[in-house]
Ligand binder design. Sequence first.
Ligand SMILES: Cc1ncc(COP(=O)(O)O)c(C=O)c1O
Length: 384
Amino acid sequence: MSDFKKIISNLKKSKNYRRRIPVESPQDTVIQVSGKVFNNFSSNNYLNLSNNRKLKAKLKNNINNYGIGSGASPLISGYSKAHENLEKRITELLGFESTLVTNSGYLTNVGLVNAISENGVSVFQDKGNHNSIIESSRLSNTKLIRYKHLDYNDLELKIKKDKSIVKIIFTDTIFSMTGEKADLSKISAIAKKNKSLLFVDDAHGFGVIRGNDKKFPSSINDLNLNKIKIDAYVGTFGKAVGTFGAFVSSSRELVDILVQRSKPYIYSTAVPPAIVQTTLDSINMIMDDKKIIENLYHNITYFKKLVREFKININYSDTPIQTITIGNPKDVMKIYKKAKESNILIQGIRYPTVPKNHDLIRINLTSGHTKKQIQSLVEFLHKI
Ligand SMILES: Cc1ncc(COP(=O)(O)O)c(C=O)c1O
């Protein structure tokens, strides 16, 4: 492990070496990289709000009111009225008892499992879960038991066999690499039957999944929380909401335990209040202007229609995350490079982010894409 040069050279040889690309423009459907302009299908900016004119004006105003930094961790003096207001609004919108606004989705997951980890706790996880959920178990004193991707018979077998005192099922709601949806009704029934807690991470569903238009879009938007028992709901603000940070909604007691015991929460500088206030502004905008989310679904429908017409073999997804399985990292990177030559940014997703031989191309649609942009993307996909 200490031969760093060898580690890097092996990663390069196996085509698994990752590079970062500095973006020179705001995050939007068209971005500039190395002086070149690209149609951007490679962000989680699903509602195209991260460069929204009205929200940028609000942010400027919020900076005037709150300043730039939060100056301290939440239990010292970094927790502001803006944090409290956002927590109250999310609690009201989602229907849980309480909410804790946190720095990032990754740290929320790690802090959540860590805060309640003790010997005798098992966490049951879908094999396709995001790395932050997997690491939340690995970094705490819990037993990690992984079930086959979306296979609830396997989950039930494993949960029945386990003799732990406390059992937690923790799943992505929308799988970030494929856009597949977990069946929360089924998982909740298994959780109830086996006296297990259910935690969900809705990073890709919060602000995105529609159902009941009167409620905020999310994967639990049309579920009855009196019937579907969810013990902790994690959402993030860096994707559809267009800002930064995350939250967990749950019972009053669990939020209180996190305030007392979540180490990433207690020992990290709080998200700047101006950002927190802008998150609240963004959430209110999503609630008030239904056109924003409607545009996203028009674009998903249009992309799928074109793909069908061109007979392109994509994986099923009714979310903004659309994928084409290629099966090896070399070809994935070839397609990624060719797309770049055509001024299109799509994502090559390789092992270990996805299982071996499931390397894929991921296309993320947003409400800001134009028909012309989607057309030129599908024409490129048809060509390759
Ligand atoms: C499912 C899931 N959970 C958590 C995270 C991390 O959230 P954040 O970017 O706020 O740390 C991500 C980020 O990609 C994610 O896809």
